[in-house]
Write a protein that binds this ligand. Sequence first.
Ligand SMILES: [Fe+2]
Length: 318
Amino acid sequence: MNMPAPARPPAETATDFARLPQLPADVFTAPLKRPAHVGEDWLEPSQAVYSSEDDAIWNDLFARQMDVLPGRAASAFMAGLQKLNLNRGGVPEFGRLSEDLGHLTGWSVVPVPMLIPDHVFFWHLANRRFPAGNFIRTRETFDYIQEPDVFHDVFGHVPMLTDPVYADYMQEYGRAGWKAMRFNRLKALGALYWYTVEFGLVQETDGIKAYGAGILSGPTEVVYATEANSPNRIMLNVDRVMRTDYVISDLQPTYFVIESFEDLYHQTVERDFERLYRSLPPGFTYANSAVIDIDDVLHRGTQEYLLRGGRGSGAAPV
Ligand SMILES: [Fe+2]
């Protein structure tokens, strides 16, 4: 007797990333106005020419980070700084940087004028191109800028791209972005990016270290994230993280910790995100300071910094 074949979802056609794929009409993304001088790829025709003052700002930012990062930054990050000679002085030249990075993991660094649309960002990542801001902050905005500049993007992100497993994770994240867009679950995938690529912590034999660029490119958060009593430190669980809200312009109430970059890769790339997207609500379920039953908690934070009012109140990041 012939049994009817079980119903199967339509086969996912692999997206071809050689050219920028067309954004489907039923995908909702934030609109961004494209400057007239860039094309659909949003790439600048060339890297900005930096003045000696710009180079001095880079050098001062670099020196400030070197006061706080050793012993607190992930060893893969510190090794990446060395491999790319990012300490040679001045804003790095992207051509040379891309050549060095290309030999190590096949990645390159490309200049973009500003934050670029999600689908274009994902497309570059899927092609192992890291878009970096084509400008540097000023002395007035030395301590904090919201829009990522070349220091955040190159100093914060690029050293980690020398790690082969992390480099693969970033490419897969780009591919995953296109899938998340088709399910309109970019907010959830954005939370994963936030809690790993920007604010991730990793367990090393001698303690918890930071590998997220948002932590590593500023002087305060690396100490707070790895040592302070206020924030929660919880082992990464992808389902949980993708349901968790985050703060954009202040220190995080919660950080998520991975065992290793292999662990991050297995937890994310090797799982069925389609099933997950079908079960995820459009908004977040958990507050950014919440500790829930399923959490594997390494440190339950006091949230003193948050309770005292955070950045606006001038509270100490304790
Ligand atoms: Fe970033």
